[in-house]
Ligand binder design. Structure first.
Ligand SMILES: Nc1ncnc2c1ncn2[C@@H]1O[C@H](COP(=O)(O)OP(=O)(O)O)[C@@H](O)[C@H]1O
Ligand SMILES: [Mg+2]
Length: 194
């Protein structure tokens, strides 16, 4: 399974989602996270070697894939991909995850991006950095995406300080924050993906 994270905006949790999805896939089989963003955020998170999967840059990916015997690959991509990049990223993945924060500008960028995807692309939107209850931004964003007819995870990823700690310590996400990812994993498996 090859999952790519893609989005026009920065700061929508692409890299964080790549780390969490690779963590989930690594429970099933040997997993490689390819960091193809020149900002190298995923590589920075992984540098302490505490994650349950291997991380490499796009430059190193060919060698790693030739020798590694990987079952799953997750690809973290840079913000603002051009139209050709969008098509290439879509062609190169079995599943695209399109993260978005629940604000109107991010949602509208997401809708535009879906219009650039090639026919038949397998993708699902994921609402991230959702403000805590009783705020309803996350649920409203999910409903808005559904009204647009877009496939979207029922679970929004909540905003938690834990992500900052996990990134600083170079480890996987724990606690309540991780519950959201377990829910995403169940949705993926219900859809016979992963
Ligand atoms: N669910 C979340 N809760 C709190 N902070 C988050 C969450 N997801 C991401 N962040 C933070 O938001 C910032 C942007 O996330 P990042 O994954 O780097 O986004 P992108 O790769 O889309 O630019 C980072 O500082 C990250 O720690
Ligand atoms: Mg990033």
């Amino acid at each position: 399974m090859i999952i790519s994270l893609i989005g026009w905006k920065g700061g929508i949790s692409k890299t964080t989602s790549a780390i969490c999805l690779a963590t989930l896939l690594a429970r099933q089989g040997k997993t490689l996270l390819i960091d193809s963003d020149p900002n190298r955020s995923a590589s920075l998170w992984a540098r302490k070697g505490k994650l349950p999967f291997t991380t490499c840059t796009d430059n190193e990916a060919a060698r790693e894939l030739m020798s590694g015997g990987y079952q799953h690959t997750v690809i973290d991509t840079p913000a603002r991909p051009g139209p050709d990049d969008v098509v290439a990223i879509a062609r190169g993945a079995d599943l695209l995850i399109l993260p978005t924060t629940p604000d109107p500008l991010a949602l509208s960028a997401l809708v535009q991006l879906t219009q650039e995807l090639p026919e038949g692309a397998n993708y699902r939107c994921l609402v991230t950095i959702s403000p805590p209850s009783p705020q309803t931004d996350g649920a409203e964003a999910i409903q808005a995406l559904k009204r647009h007819g877009l496939p979207v995870f029922e679970r929004a990823i909540r905003r938690r300080k834990e992500y900052i700690h996990a990134a600083n310590e170079g480890r996987t996400v724990r606690g309540i924050a991780w519950h959201d990812w377990e829910a995403v994993w169940r949705e993926l498996n219900d859809g016979k993906v992963g």
